[in-house]
Design a protein around this ligand. Structure first.
Ligand SMILES: [Zn+2]
Length: 183
């Protein structure tokens, strides 16, 4: 949806990955190992044409949903141990380590190549993003069928829906119907 707010930098990368599926209306972008490879190379995480198989796809979708879970904490949801374990596994599998770039700044980079390394770069983006105070603005839509990751640009960080036009109004309509039934 064009009017949904997006972040930039590492937070934007994490947001784009989590939103590679629209749970409410579709589509799912990561449907095949090839589609996963294209997504990762399109985002500069892996060379184009690098190998990707069904296991990679399974790991990628698991990582994506673990990140969605972690982002939920910014919207007041509980952090689930299974999501934490999935993130730790992805970090360990890609052998993330601190590396100082030519600009003198340190970042986490994977020692493993291929999809495992590319997924490690997404974990590294989450790591870098969490060090940024804007991380708390990355939230999940309050609609349980939507759970889109949106960037809350409101002054007091109070947005609950990915868009007022879509999910916010749907929620309002549901409340209105429930009240009408009671009355
Ligand atoms: Zn939504």
């Amino acid at each position: 949806m064009a009017d949904r707010e997006t972040a930039t930098g590492p937070i934007g990368l994490v947001q784009a990955f989590v939103n590679s599926v629209d749970l409410e209306d579709g589509p799912e972008t990561l449907t095949t190992p090839e589609a996963l490879g294209s997504w990762l190379s399109d985002h500069g995480l892996m060379p184009a044409g690098a190998a990707s198989d069904q296991d990679d796809l399974r790991h990628a979708v698991a990582l994506r949903e673990a990140l969605r879970g972690i982002i939920g904490a910014n919207s007041g949801a509980a952090v689930y141990p299974v999501d934490v374990a999935t993130l730790n596994e992805a970090a360990a599998a890609s052998k993330l380590r601190a590396r100082f770039g030519s600009d003198g700044r340190a970042r986490l980079e994977p020692d493993v190549s291929g999809v495992t390394g590319a997924l490690g770069r997404i974990v590294a983006a989450a790591f870098a993003g969490m060090a940024d105070e804007d991380w708390s603005r990355l939230k999940l839509c309050g609609s349980h069928t939507c759970r889109w990751a949106f960037f809350d640009r409101s002054r007091n960080h109070s947005s609950r829906w990915c868009t007022m036009a879509a999910c916010g109004n749907r929620a309002k309509a549901r409340r209105f119907r429930a009240q009408a039934r009671k009355a």
